[in-house]
Design a protein around this ligand. Sequence first.
Ligand code: ZN
Length: 165
Amino acid sequence: MLKSIIAILFGLSLLTACGGGNSEAEKEPETNTETMAEENNEATLSIDGNDQMQFDKKELTVKAGQKVTLTLTHSGTMAKSAMGHNWVLLASGTDVASFAEKAVAAGEANDYIPTEGNAVIAHTALIGGGEKTTVEFTAPAAGSYEFICSFPGHWSMMRGTLIVE
Ligand code: ZN
């Protein structure tokens, strides 16, 4: 008699557990879909430049059409005039060496961004040690895009690839 009561109680508790599980399973897909939609529309990137003339990342990845927010941090202490950093995203097929020459010619007054031509997809301001700057742009079509720091002499060390999926 006692055994059968325990068996019934055990059976009821299993049913309750199953019922609870089902209602949770029904709620989850909605939440996941919303989260994924936001992730697909926006991308947040960060990259760091230091006094050793180095970016901490050689590769960044986003998806085509995403609204990208990139924050450049200068973790060094040197002044902008001596060790300035920016983050410049170049159009496909840009000759980086000749672009860098134009950037130097543009001068510090223009943050070493050429005032003519359409080689620049997006760029941050030029900053010195301890500073931080953010740029927002829309990710271009799928492909690989080079990014550099266009401060004189930096591009050969400070360069990397933005991969757009
Ligand atoms: Zn630099």
